[in-house]
Design a protein around this ligand. Structure first.
Ligand code: ZN
Length: 153
């Protein structure tokens, strides 16, 4: 069965950056199941998997615009320390959900200073060229409910 819209696809993958550093991998863990055509995985990887079948192995290089997007400087903001009243120790690397005009999004503390705390709302992999090594483990038809929900059950 070939991968196309509304198939549930199970893959093993290893994600590295351009320096060859492993950022994420399913190998040795549960493989990843996603609904093809629903935007569950980054666009560049989803496109490359179209028409592939069980047992296929592929190496895919995904540019930032087909991955997690470019880094946006305006998503890095310094906010007053008062905003963190109630948090005992604000440290670099902490993540919070922040209220932004279009809803809620995760932000990471990247700098702590006496006069303010700098938050980065970019996806941690924004601006990165991603390299995926992928093996297709299984392909099946999605159920009606899965298609309706836009994800795998
Ligand atoms: Zn559901």
């Amino acid at each position: 069965m070939q991968i196309s819209e509304n198939k549930v696809v199970t893959i093993h993958y290893t994600l590295t950056n351009v320096s060859g550093e492993v950022l994420d991998s399913s190998v040795g863990e549960e493989p990843l199941a996603y609904l093809h055509g629903a935007g569950n995985i980054v666009a560049g990887l989803e496109d490359a998997l179209a028409e592939k079948t069980v047992g296929d192995k592929l190496d895919v290089t995904v540019a930032p615009e087909d991955g997690y997007g470019e880094k946006h400087d305006e998503m890095v903001q310094k906010v007053p320390v008062d905003n963190f009243d109630g948090v005992d120790n604000v440290e670099v690397g902490m993540q919070f959900m922040a209220q932004v005009p279009w809803g809620e999004q995760p932000v990471e503390v990247i700098k702590v200073e006496e006069d303010g705390i700098t938050l980065d709302g970019n996806h941690p992999l924004a601006g990165e060229t991603l390299q995926f090594a992928v093996e297709v483990i299984a392909v099946r038809d999605a159920t009606e409910e899965e298609v309706e929900h836009g994800h795998v059950h």
